[in-house]
Design a protein around this ligand. Sequence first.
Ligand code: NAP
Length: 317
Amino acid sequence: MTIETLKIPRIALGTWAWGDSGEAGDGYFGSHLTRAGLEEVADKAHAAGFTLWDTAMVYGMGRSETVLGDVLKRFARSDYQLSTKFTPQAAGTGDDPMADMLEQSLARLGTDYIDLYWIHNPADVARWTPYLIPLLKSGKVKHVGVSNHTLSEIRRANRILEESGFRVEAIQNHYSLLYRGSEDAGILDYCRSHGIPFFAYMVLEQGALTGRYSPENPLPEGTNRAQAYNGMLSQLQALTDRLASIGQSHGAAAPDVATAWAIAKGATPIIGVTRPDYVDGLVRATSLTLTGDEVAELEALADAADVNTRGWWEKEM
Ligand SMILES: NC(=O)c1ccc[n+]([C@@H]2O[C@H](COP(=O)([O-])OP(=O)(O)OC[C@H]3O[C@@H](n4cnc5c(N)ncnc54)[C@H](OP(=O)(O)O)[C@@H]3O)[C@@H](O)[C@H]2O)c1
């Protein structure tokens, strides 16, 4: 069976924070996003060729998918790609909980297929991976990937799919200057040698690596990301200052350099876009080539910060 290759732009767009927008949302980011602002984000992104949108049912418990679906109505379906996820912990009790969750995502996103469907975490690889197969056969899901899986879990999922002529076509893990577990565990090498795209999430550590936030100007109080990062902002200062100064020498800004670092490592960053001007940073990041010395210096500064940014939902790779 031939599988049509997945086409991906150099940077994908993340919409977890979009689940916070409007009246409802889960307060994870504390972002105050407006429909008009997000439409502008989408217009700018599409004009620049960034057309792959990542979401999940659990982002704002449906809200991210609903907002994204509404905003993307302005484009032809063939002009963008949708990436969303099955989250085992939110599975229902029907005969096929994955098909049920997919149907709900399709309805919220206003579409009849998903370009890239993920198993969000390896809750039970042997149990959940086979449910992807009928979805691939039906065409409701074009490509599949696994997220937050270790290398042995990736291999296991791949073996299950291969028995039916499919395969794991993408990996999505937390990967940033501050969190390089997937590299240490050999997952990046595995992806490179198997021609599988590695999607890096939280490359900017939810804003903590952008230089926008500091001990004097912390992440919005009362939010989950404030709880995760505000206590370490002073330790990150040397790194964010260097990201900014390297950026300056390339006509770019700190977050652009952090994003370019991930690209230099062979990853496809998924960047959470909340403001239209952030798209300009993505454009700069794609034309920014860091030297080997710059990469090494940034990684040394990241190690010296000595922080652990592992998400509460993640386990060691
Ligand atoms: N598979 C998984 O388990 C998993 C887990 C986490 C994330 N993800 C995916 O990965 C995506 C990215 O992760 P994330 O959104 O959590 O975090 P992120 O991309 O590390 O950071 C996003 C935040 O950084 C700030 N930012 C972005 N671009 C900027 C720029 N150019 N200049 C200054 N600040 C900028 C924004 O914060 P402000 O709005 O405060 O400025 C934004 O909310 C998610 O949206 C989601 O799609 C997947």
